[in-house]
Write a protein that binds this ligand. Structure first.
Ligand code: ATP
Ligand code: MG
Length: 271
């Protein structure tokens, strides 16, 4: 009996130690995340703010000496940088809310082609002049999803295709049904991913070192992953045969839409 009790004590201690180690790991992880967050936030907030402050003060100092063209360029730069700030803060908020479980997912049966169309629409200005090929079969089913969140995930993936691939290369968007999943793919013909990056790119704050020239916080794909997970789905990255990267977002089809007649629903569930 005594031996038994001491074994239990040992086991309890071991569990405590394991929990402590786990706690320490978690703390280190949180600390790392916090410093990465601080570094990223201060850089990503300051760079566009400095540009806005610079452009506006130039315009204020001696507006008469500036040509109409220069003024237009300065206003354009203020506008671009303000949009960049807005995107960054939006991403940061989404990420924080998704992590805290504070975003209420509102799933509704939606036509996927509309969600894709809306995402492309949101990037309209920046997609101008870019070849975008869409391949969407007529027979796509309705899918239960939160349009805002899935739209955001698609925008983040499409924005990357824009940012990290040469302007002369096409972006391909397709959707198809695969078993119980609806799979949306965004393919590009850019540099693709280095070995091991297929998973890393979805980590918070992960950016390839050579990406310094392009604005970004390394949050876009982490958000896309959180959105996929919140839908019970997943997102994956791979290199394409012939070059470039492809991002596949798989969402559960969730059975037939509820507004189908009972008979059709029964037929559909049997298969
Ligand atoms: N289509 C792509 N081709 C090649 N590399 C990519 C592609 N998409 C993403 N990456 C790499 O993955 C990294 C992480 O992407 P992610 O979208 O999460 O962050 P970001 O674009 O750097 O910043 P943010 O999206 O927060 O503005 C990028 O910095 C880039 O190095
Ligand atoms: Mg991005």
């Amino acid at each position: 009996m005594e031996a038994f009790a001491s074994q239990i004590a040992l086991a309890v201690e071991r569990t405590n130690l394991a929990a402590e180690a786990q706690g320490a790991l978690l703390l280190a992880e949180t600390e790392r995340t916090r410093s990465a967050l601080l570094a990223s936030v201060s850089h990503d907030l300051r760079t566009p703010l400095a540009a806005i402050a610079g452009a506006s003060s130039t315009m204020l100092r001696n507006p008469e000496s500036l040509s109409a063209e220069t003024r237009r360029e300065l206003v354009q730069s203020i506008n671009d940088q303000a949009e960049r700030l807005n995107r960054f803060i939006g991403n940061l908020l989404d990420m924080t809310r998704l992590e805290a479980g504070a975003i209420n997912i509102r799933k509704e049966w939606q036509p996927v082609e509309e969600v894709i169309g809306a995402a492309l629409g949101q990037l309209e200005g920046r997609l101008a002049g870019r070849e975008v090929r869409t391949r969407l079969p007529d027979s796509l089913p309705l899918v239960p999803l939160d349009t805002t969140l899935v739209g955001q995930a698609l925008v983040n993936v499409l924005e990357n295709a824009l940012k990290y691939t040469p302007a002369a290369t096409p972006i391909e968007v397709s959707a198809r049904v695969e078993g119980d999943w609806l799979v949306i793919e965004v393919g590009d013909r850019g540099p693709g991913l280095a070995p091991g990056e297929e998973l890393q790119v979805f980590e918070k704050f992960y950016r390839r070192a050579s990406e310094n020239g392009q604005p970004g916080a390394g949050l876009g794909l982490a958000i896309a992953k959180a959105v996929a997970a919140a839908h019970g789905g997943r997102i994956a990255a791979a290199n394409r045969p012939g070059g470039g990267a492809v991002f596949s977002l798989a969402l559960p089809l969730g059975g037939p839409p509820p507004d189908l007649p009972a008979e059709a629903r029964r037929d559909a569930t049997i298969t």
